[in-house]
Design a protein around this ligand. Structure first.
Ligand code: FMN
Length: 408
């Protein structure tokens, strides 16, 4: 199968641009042996490379290139399949925008390529090439906050860890995980994550519940979550609870039951954020709208959880705007390496900025992911990088601190 891969990267100071010609000559020979063809564009700071060839050969070459320390900030922009090669004759050809005009580069590429001009204008690969050529020196996309500029300091949060459930024989327990604003040193909320009676996984807990009792048990479990939050001494902090929207619809007086759990535990509705997942919302949009009105009227906040993992996407935001939107871990994972994920997050951020919706990135595990997200304007984060969930408690939090320039 004929595969196409495009990435962009940034030149490192270990590579003198004058060495590029010999680098590409060697690349040309190696690629030709593997039946890989393509082009390398260079604008003085950044590269854009197109690799085409048999899938495994392209992967082998790309794998080698990712390990090369002469460039960094590699971001994969496109992986696709094609019936024909766009660049047939050469394993690799260099186009240096510092020594040729943009129009000369484009003309040469079109002449060198196999696609006729009118086809090339609609081809995504050529569109990436044109875009790179049209905006030299601004091809970094987002300039990352550099991971090496940060160190982490562990601090205990201002909560009491109680290690035991609220009462013996409780049907479920809760692990708490903070959502933080790292650069403000602020804990924005704690999410209560359900666990089995002995601390096991959510699946273990839900397996013990008869399907016809699901919504009743779901609503009742929020009572235990809030009781534990109160025992942790959350003060004025917010607590996020996951609720099936249908529990609000199916259980008569559900919002009053929830409000009762809140006041009984000396909390107020403004401290509570109900998180619902994208899939649950779209499975019953009319009922969901009704249930949400009740929650909003009671002063309870609302967040869409796992945004981007389901099928609703941006169209959901057209119908309904929550206070908070949590970007799913599947989009967050390795975002610093992945152009399509980056484009999606930028679109979500633009949209949420216009709608005044707070964005949270969940499942952040790597410092590079946090740095990229922070650089594009995400301010709230949840994930193992900062704190893991802890049963009946809150773990110490890893706070990033910028290393002073004199120490780097
Ligand atoms: N090596 C290739 O074999 N083919 C390429 O197309 C290729 N393109 C590169 C593009 C850039 C921007 C850079 C910095 C390096 C490129 N290289 C390419 C060099 C590889 O990264 C690597 O040094 C080379 O394949 C030798 O790998 P090895 O030391 O693992 O054998």
């Amino acid at each position: 199968m004929l595969a196409t891969l495009i990435y962009r990267s940034r030149l490192n100071c270990t590579l003198d641009p004058s060495q590029l010609t010999s680098l590409v000559e060697r690349a040309n020979l190696r690629n030709s042996q593997l039946q890989v063809t393509g082009i390398l564009l260079f604008d003085g700071d950044h590269f854009l490379q197109v690799l085409e060839g048999p899938l495994t050969a392209v992967n082998v070459v790309y794998e080698r290139i990712t390990r090369d320390t002469r460039h960094s900030h590699m971001v994969e922009l496109l992986r696709d399949y094609a019936p024909h090669r766009r660049f047939v004759d050469r394993g690799m050809m260099l186009f240096d925008l510092c020594s040729m005009t943009s129009s000369a580069v484009l003309r040469t590429i079109l002449r060198f390529g196999t696609l006729k001009y009118h086809l090339a204008s609609n081809d995504r690969v050529y569109k990436f090439i044109r875009n790179f050529i049209a905006s030299p020196k601004s091809n970094a996309g987002i300039r990352n906050t550099e991971p090496e500029q940060w160190s982490f300091t562990i601090k205990s949060p201002p909560f009491v860890n109680v290690s035991a459930p609220v009462t013996e024989g409780q049907p479920c327990q809760f692990a708490f995980q903070p959502i933080i604003e790292p650069l403000r040193g602020n804990i924005s909320s704690l999410e209560a994550l359900i666990r089995g009676p002995n601390g096991g996984s959510p699946q273990e807990y839900f397996a013990t519940i008869a399907p016809d009792k699901l919504h009743e048990a779901d609503l009742a479990s929020k009572g235990w979550a809030l009781a534990m939050a109160s025992r942790l001494g959350i003060g004025n902090h917010k607590v996020a609870i996951n609720l099936l929207p249908m529990s609000l619809v199916k259980i008569p007086g559900a919002v009053d039951i929830l409000l009762n759990h809140i006041t009984r535990n000396h909390l107020n509705p403004g401290q509570i954020i109900v998180e619902v997942t994208e899939d649950e919302v779209i499975s019953g949009y009319e009922e969901f709208t009704w249930a949400i009105r009740q929650l909003r009227a009671a002063g309870i906040g609302l967040a869409i959880d796992d945004f981007g993992s389901g099928f609703a996407g941006l169209s959901l935001l057209a119908k309904f705007q929550p206070d908070k939107l949590k970007i799913d871990r599947t989009i967050v994972t390795d975002i610093h390496l992945h152009g399509p994920k980056q484009a999606i997050v930028k679109a979500i951020l633009d949209c949420c900025a216009e709608l005044q919706i707070t964005v949270v990135a969940e499942g952040v595990e790597k410092i590079e992911e946090w740095c990229w997200l922070e650089a594009v304007g995400v301010q709230r984060f949840q994930g193992f990088l900062f704190a893991r969930p802890v049963l009946n408690g809150v773990s110490p939090i890893n706070w990033p601190q910028r290393i002073s320039p004199s120490l780097t």
